[in-house]
Design a protein around this ligand. Structure first.
Ligand SMILES: Cc1cc2nc3c(=O)[nH]c(=O)nc-3n(C[C@H](O)[C@H](O)[C@H](O)COP(=O)(O)O)c2cc1C
Length: 227
């Protein structure tokens, strides 16, 4: 597993969950964030209770609540993001979508919205149909926000897979997929330049930074995921 000893560890922000105590969506997200940590990332989780504290996003409102500011600042700082939603009536839940709409505050940033960030996508639902269709919807939302969905997204059928404790799940294959989503988010954050003091202005500048840094190449880090 690639690690990030040579530079500042990337920050991976998790957004997701439901208002339910013991939300399987939030627990799935926690397993993915643990995967990101195992790849050397720092993580910050905004779970269901936090998302519930956000007001409905209102574009005409000039003021932001403390919770809205906290989410916006964390995503602004993030090198990668992982989003976890339940499938509600065939779509992304309102709670999670509201958090994503709140990121409209990032539109005028140098990196607007989720620009330049790897984004892991996770869906839980009572059946395979919604896990697949909602995962597609969530990825479309990430594209609209200029994020880069990780190669692996995780669809978890909660009729079959149980999350008995905060960071365990009954199906080792599902746990492995969730951890891989986290690892890919962290690894691709490095590929996007996390931890560098300045983003490279060009491929030539990137190559110069790479040759100056005493560390494995980004390509080696990325390729090691495939093995
Ligand atoms: C309002 C509501 C709508 C739902 N709609 C669907 C649905 O369309 N398809 C589906 O497979 N499951 C649906 N479910 C089931 C949830 O997606 C599933 O239970 C999910 O794992 C809940 O996550 P949680 O444990 O984090 O609360 C729905 C649940 C609720 C409460």
């Amino acid at each position: 597993m690639p690690r990030f000893n040579h530079i500042r560890p990337p920050l991976v922000v998790g957004i997701g969950g439901t208002t339910r105590d013991g939300s399987s969506t939030e627990r799935a997200l926690r397993i993915a964030l643990n995967g990101a940590e195992s790849a050397g990332a720092r993580t910050h989780l905004f779970g269901g209770a936090f998302l519930h504290s956000l007001p409905h996003y209102a574009p005409e409102s000039a003021s932001l609540t403390e919770a809205q500011r906290e989410l916006i600042e964390a995503v602004r700082e993030a090198d990668a993001v992982i989003i976890a939603t339940p499938g509600y009536h065939g779509g992304v839940s309102g709670l999670v979508k509201n958090a994503l709409d709140t990121l409209e505050a990032l539109r005028a940033d140098e990196r607007p919205y989720l620009d330049g960030r790897a984004v892991g996508c996770i869906v839980t639902a009572y059946g395979w149909q919604a896990t697949g269709s909602v995962l597609g919807s969530l990825r479309s939302i990430v594209h609209a926000l200029r994020g880069w969905p990780t190669p692996l997204g995780a669809g978890i059928n909660t009729l079959e897979t149980r999350f008995e404790t905060e960071d365990t799940c009954s199906d080792p294959k599902a746990a492995g997929q969730l951890a891989t989503v986290g690892q890919q988010a962290a690894t691709f954050a490095l590929a996007f330049g996390a931890g560098r003091s300045t983003a490279p202005a060009s491929l030539a500048a990137l190559a110069e930074q790479e040759s100056a840094a005493p560390r494995p190449s980004r390509a080696a880090n990325v390729l090691s995921l495939a093995s």
